[in-house]
Design a protein around this ligand. Sequence first.
Ligand SMILES: N[C@@H](CCC[C@H](N)C(=O)O)C(=O)O
Length: 286
Amino acid sequence: MNITLEKYHGLGNDYLIFDPNKNELELTEENIRLICNRNFGVGSDGLLVGPILGNDKLEVKILNPDGSEAEISGNGVRIFGKYLKDAGYVQKNRFTINTLSGQQTIQYLNEEGTRIKVSMGKLSFYSDEIPVTGPRREVLNETMMFGSIPYRVTCVNIGNPHCVIWLNDISKELVCRIGKHSESAECFPEKINTQLLKVLDRTNIEIEIYERGAGYTLASGTSGCAAAGAAYRMGLTERKMYVHMPGGVLEVEIEEDENVLMTGEVGYVGRFTLSHEMAEQLKALQ
Ligand SMILES: N[C@@H](CCC[C@H](N)C(=O)O)C(=O)O
């Protein structure tokens, strides 16, 4: 049996879909790393395994390129939504899926399903829910040391953990320098995704991203929601804003109950049928 993977991207944040109903391979940390490797494998910022059928909801498992499992991915959910339409798994325009972090509602905004709105769930700034070590509190504008340098940090959970650093000048170089330390800092027992946040005006923010388990990425849906949530909470923006990332722009709205709505595009790259040689290498790593 051939192994086929479908590749999509959300604003340059690329994912491969491994549909377990069409492929036979036991995924392990080792073979996930090889699939996502940009030199020796197909290459991607992560792997989406699904739909996993069985209960009343379609389920997706989200894997980082280092083989670790993430609770949620904003771009991943939109991409999975587009795949479900392309592969004929759904006919409705609005439906709910299951991820490790809970349920997300997906809505197609155009006929092709390339523009998708997702109800992502609620923000939490509470230390025990993010998680961040220390007494229970909302982690707002605290000083934290990453690589011996102090930063003002707001932490937030939107299904997965994020730390947002508000600065006037942001760059790829700086987020990579900070992210290498913050990702595995002792105060983050589940590790963390890092965003540098620049506020452009009350309805536009810009971010640079360093993802847990993936490193630097051109875009991240949950990072966009987390940074928007932090900016709103700090009183810097309105509830609705555009989040500018190197790969494109996401629309984010923080509802009154702190539920987050995220809207953005998805692009289809193509189908990859792995060579016999590659399939054998992956099987040897099962
Ligand atoms: N690209 C993502 C986030 C993927 C998961 C993240 N690396 C984690 O480990 O939490 C997005 O679009 O949200």
